[in-house]
Structure formats: C-alpha cells, structure tokens
Write a protein that binds this ligand. Structure first.
Ligand code: AMP
Length: 290
C-alpha cells in the first residue's frame, strides 16, 4: 500500500505535481465523481500501469446535472474512496470544492457540435457541456500525460476525445472496458439506488445488448430489427422504462443505413427513479473458409 497525498486546493495539487514534473515523471489522471467502485479501480489500475504518478480527482460536478436530477443526493463516501485509492496505488487524490474549481471553469462551454445534443445529450440537456467544462479545467490544472475514462459512458469518452482534439490539448485519452457485476449489470455509483426487484430486473439491459450483438455477429444487418430485438428483451422486465436505444457509428455517432461495419449499441433505461446506461460494441463475425 502506498501513501496517498490529499489535495483540496489547486495550489496544494501543484506543489505535489511540481516535484513530479521536476523528476520528469509521467502523470495519469482519473476524473471521477467519487463513490468509487471496481469500475473506477480498473481505470486507476490502467493509470498506475501506464503512468509514473496517478492523480484521482473526486468532484461531484454540479454543471453536469440537470435541475431535476440527483445532484443533492448523489452518493458520497470519502473515507471508503480514500481506502480504495490507497489500496490501488494512487499517489494524489484531488478533492476540490466548488469554490476552488470556479475560477478554472471557462464561462463559455466548449463547442462540441451535434454529438452533445443526441442520445444522452437529448435526455440530459447541458449535461455534456457541464462535463466538458470541468474535464477541460481538470486537464489544464493537472497537465497530465494520460487521462483514463470508462467505455461505460461511451458517448462521454468520444466527446472527451473530441474536446482534446479540438483544443489541441496534449493529454492522451485512454478508454477502458466496462466492469460488470457477475450477472452483467455495469457497475455504477447509481446502482445503490435500485431496490431488490429493480436490481434483479436491471440485468435485462445487459441481456438486450448481448442479444443485439449476437444477432449482428451472426449476420443481421437491419438497424430496425436490432433495435426491435433490444427493445423486446428489455420489455420482458415490467419495471424497465426505456429512454432510448441507439445503434451508432462508434466514431461519429451517426446511425448507418445498414450494419456493415462495427457499431455501438446504446441503451438508457429507467428502473423506478434510477436511470441506467450501458453499451456494447458489435460487428459481423468474419467467417474464414481456411
Ligand atoms: P463517474 O464517477 O460515474 O463520473 O465515473 C468516473 C469514470 O469512471 C468515468 O470515466 C466512467 O466512465 C468510469 N466508470 C464508471 N463506471 C464504470 C464501469 N463500470 N467500468 C469502467 N469504467 C467505469
């Protein structure tokens, strides 16, 4: 177990990072909203493997919540977060207050085009502008070499990569695979909101994505058929309330006419008050005659 430094101000953070920079150490950043679980731990592990020094930021970003959302009740457990960070070899935990972050947030959100307005962006207006504003500030404060993001939030990952490209930031964004519960539900801080029935039925999200990707792998090329299949599997759960099902190009987020190349299957679904999202990559299996 390593000792972990806690920085609550940018000044404290810079004093720790200054020493690392002077020693030419590479810096990996893992941005989070806390209530850390094994999904976050996998990002931390990727960072400690790839970078000399790992910074985890814990900041429940008010800008990425819409007014009717769960900002006030978003789960928090700093002591367990610090234990997870220590156990996984994090060097610095950056836990700024809103007041501390405010001067670093640009007034005008980065312009990211249409991708911030579809799927998650349509259901959660201003969400991605809020994410991008804070992520850009964190990138500028930390000036790291790498930043680690989960594929769990696939649209966010694509948007952050675009942010880096559009602003010619020197950080490299690394996407990490989704970590799941044993029944397939993607780990999420929000899973604690699910009651027992909702938790049991939430597995339909994973099952629907499996069904969709298997059908594509077996040669189904129709967008409509795949969407229908995914919806049918989710609708086997009486508690599931679908927000959207998407079948998109993984780079542009446009919907192809037919499935000929790799696509991303996207699902957002409510169980009671809890909104869950998940996604899968899918492509046709190439059958070789040799
Ligand atoms: P959050 O604290 O929910 O904002 O998530 C912080 C980071 O952890 C984001 O890059 C997420 O995509 C990532 N993450 C959340 N859940 C998972 C998971 N189950 N597997 C992998 N990464 C995840």
């Amino acid at each position: 177990m390593t000792s972990v430094q806690i920085a609550e101000t940018v000044e404290e953070l810079q004093s720790y990072l200054g020493k690392a920079r002077a020693d030419n150490l590479t810096i990996g950043l893992v941005p989070t909203m806390g209530f850390l679980h094994e999904g976050h731990a996998s990002l931390i592990n990727a960072s400690t493997q790839q970078s000399d020094l790992t910074v985890v930021s814990i900041y429940v970003n008010p800008l990425q919540f819409n007014l009717n959302e769960d900002f006030d009740v978003y789960p928090r457990d700093v002591s367990s977060d610090l234990t997870l960070c220590k156990d996984h070899g994090v060097n610095i935990v950056f836990m700024p207050s809103e007041d501390e972050m405010r001067p670093f947030l640009s007034e005008k959100p980065p312009n990211l085009g249409e991708i911030v307005e579809i799927y998650e962006g349509e259901s959660r207006p201003t969400h991605f502008q809020g994410v991008a504003t804070v992520v850009k500030a964190l990138f500028e404060i930390v000036e790291g070499n790498y930043a680690f993001f989960g594929e769990k939030d696939f649209q966010q990952l694509v948007i952050v990569k675009q942010l880096v490209k559009d602003h010619s930031l020197s950080i490299k964004v690394v996407g990490c695979p989704t970590v799941r519960e044993t029944d397939g539900l993607a780990k999420s801080s929000r899973n604690v909101y699910l009651n027992q029935n909702e938790r049991e039925q939430s597995v339909v999200i994973y099952q629907s994505l499996m069904a969709g990707s298997e059908a594509i792998s077996n040669g189904e090329t129709s967008i409509q058929n795949i969407e229908l299949l995914i919806r049918e599997v989710i609708e086997t759960s009486p508690l599931a309330n679908i927000d959207y099902v998407g079948i998109v190009d993984p780079l542009t987020f446009g919907t192809p006419d037919n499935i000929t190349n790799e696509v991303r299957l996207l699902v957002a679904c409510n169980f009671g008050q809890t909104r869950l999202i998940d996604n899968f990559s899918a492509k046709r299996e190439v059958v070789s005659n040799q």
